[in-house]
Design a protein around this ligand. Structure first.
Ligand SMILES: [Ca+2]
Length: 156
């Protein structure tokens, strides 16, 4: 899904990030070839394909939405629940439960509220909530609800 309103907001975020870093880097924008995609990730589903084929590192930024991996902990954004650390069988052990996790091939990484995908990784980008997706410890994804939306901006 492509949306222009999300594009504007992500561009503003990108400007703010570059200003904060003092970077003298030309801004990526739709005009100079960056391709931006809005992706909604659901809390109650396993690894979700984005349709985005990563060739060069892509920027992922949280836009909107709340979800939960455990309703008694309340709702939160893609940063997850920082007071609950993911267990061994979760997609990314040691990262916050309920955080947004990305995968390209066999590389799994935290997205949280925003990242640049790891260099040298090529393939389809996938997302999942950091929860017990196999139902190893309990009900797994069955008690989850909500969704978060991110923008994915790639130069390829
Ligand atoms: Ca759960």
């Amino acid at each position: 899904m492509l949306t222009s309103t999300h594009g504007l907001r992500a561009a503003a975020v990108a400007v703010a990030s570059l200003v904060a870093l003092g970077a003298m880097v030309p801004l990526a924008s739709a005009e100079d070839g960056a391709k931006e995609t809005s992706v909604t990730v659901h809390a109650n589903a396993e690894w979700q394909k984005t349709g985005v084929s990563v060739q060069q590192p892509c920027n992922v930024e949280y836009i909107s939405g709340l979800w939960t991996a455990s309703p008694q902990s309340g709702m939160y954004n893609s940063a997850g629940n920082r007071s609950q650390i993911a267990k061994y069988k979760y997609p990314l052990p040691g990262a916050p439960e309920g955080s947004l996790i990305g995968r390209i091939g066999n590389a799994i990484f935290i997205v949280g509220t925003g990242i640049t995908t790891p260099p040298g990784r090529v393939g389809e980008l996938e997302f999942v909530i950091n929860d017990d997706i196999q139902g190893y410890y309990g009900v797994g994804l069955k008690d989850n609800y909500g969704a978060v939306t991110v923008s994915v901006s790639c130069q390829n």
